[in-house]
Design a protein around this ligand. Structure first.
Ligand SMILES: Nc1ncnc2c1ncn2[C@@H]1O[C@H](COP(=O)(O)OP(=O)(O)OP(=O)(O)O)[C@@H](O)[C@H]1O
Ligand SMILES: [Mg+2]
Length: 320
């Protein structure tokens, strides 16, 4: 399947099971786009501060800050989005911490289904619309989105709200969001997975559900933490042979007791790769989307250097 033109869109969502690498891939995509001359805004939805960390910058808040040349980050939280919503749409001036009106609205936002989600998605769509209409300077908005369990509610929020309130300003205030979200020239929903059973199962389920419940176009599945093929069949045959009692005794004699551990390590690497290959083929057979592969990085830190390595891998996969 041909590599998708991800950098040609204006709005990229990255979702996936918890811990699979959504933030890593979102940050790397932003870096790749910036390297290709784009001005990028990364919106961090769950506000964990992971994006700034991946550029080795200090944590950011609701106001976008440049963390790397061409890469700006903002972290969402509901109170700040409520304030901005009130300021922009209801023209209620708000100074300092949110007052009683805001408290009431925050209560509504927490209680009514879809309200919190629409504030989040509304902020994202608003930044995109501002840039399309020339009032903001983003070429691309990258969203480090909610995990698979929650992303459908988030992307479907404008529709859900419209179903509840089908008249008046609410309709107008959410319809433009849906228009942006379903436009394949603007938006792509990307799913990050790892070659493991649960992330693959969640990816398959998410793609099915999103197709049933949303009209948001898909971009790619990013398969993260793919293990390198370390050994050939001949190598495997060799260390299987070493594992026979006689050769192993000779090896231990020559190289010490560590020989057994090294052989076990080699076998483990092969079997890990095999089981991951099984999950990977299950994913490939079940999901008809372009797949981009990112190798497992054998690194203890996750700073700019690692972000760059993932960006390079993605660039190669995208043919850039
Ligand atoms: N290709 C890779 N190779 C090795 N480690 C990786 C790779 N990609 C991500 N990681 C590591 O895996 C961990 C989880 O990654 P990340 O925080 O990006 O996942 P996430 O999906 O955003 O998690 P959460 O659901 O908690 O937001 C991090 O420690 C990260 O450094
Ligand atoms: Mg994350």
């Amino acid at each position: 399947m041909r590599a998708p033109d991800l950098l040609g869109r204006r709005l990229l969502f990255f979702t996936g099971k918890g811990g699979v690498g959504k933030s890593t891939v979102a940050a790397a995509t932003a870096l790749l786009a910036a390297d290709h001359g784009r001005r990028v805004l990364v919106v961090e939805v769950d506000a964990k501060g992971s994006i700034a960390e991946r550029f080795e910058a200090d944590a950011v808040g609701f106001t976008p800050r440049e963390v790397h040349p061409g890469v700006f980050v903002l972290s969402m939280d509901t109170e700040a989005s409520l304030k901005e919503y009130l300021k922009l749409n209801l023209r209620v001036p708000i100074v300092g911490r949110i007052g009683p009106l805001g408290k009431a609205l925050e209560f509504v936002a927490t209680a009514a289904p879809g309200v919190k989600e629409v504030l989040t998605i509304g902020k994202v769509c608003w930044e995109v619309r501002e840039s399309i209409e020339g009032r903001a300077d983003w070429d691309l908005v990258v969203v480090d989105a909610a995990a698979t369990g929650h992303v459908i509610a988030q992307l479907g929020a404008p529709d859900a709200i419209r179903e509840m309130v089908s008249v008046g300003p609410v309709r107008a205030q959410t319809e433009w969001m849906t228009d942006l979200l379903v436009d394949p020239a603007v938006t792509a929903l990307n799913v990050v997975a790892t070659p493991e059973e649960m992330p693959v199962a969640e990816t398959i389920e998410l793609v099915e559900r999103a197709r049933e419940e949303l009209d948001v176009p898909f971009g790619a599945v990013i398969v993260n933490r793919v293990l390198p093929e370390l050994f050939t069949h001949a190598d495997e045959a060799a260390f299987e042979a070493f594992h026979e009692p006689a050769p192993e005794a000779v090896l231990r004699e020559a190289a010490g007791a560590g020989v057994s551990a090294v052989l076990d390590g080699a076998r483990l690497a092969v079997s890990l790769r095999r089981t991951r290959a099984v999950h990977l083929s299950w994913l490939r057979e079940s999901v008809d989307l372009p797949m981009l592969y990112v190798p497992y990085l054998f690194s203890r830190s996750h700073g700019l250097r690692e972000t760059r390595m993932v960006a390079e891998a993605l660039g190669e996969e995208l043919g850039l």
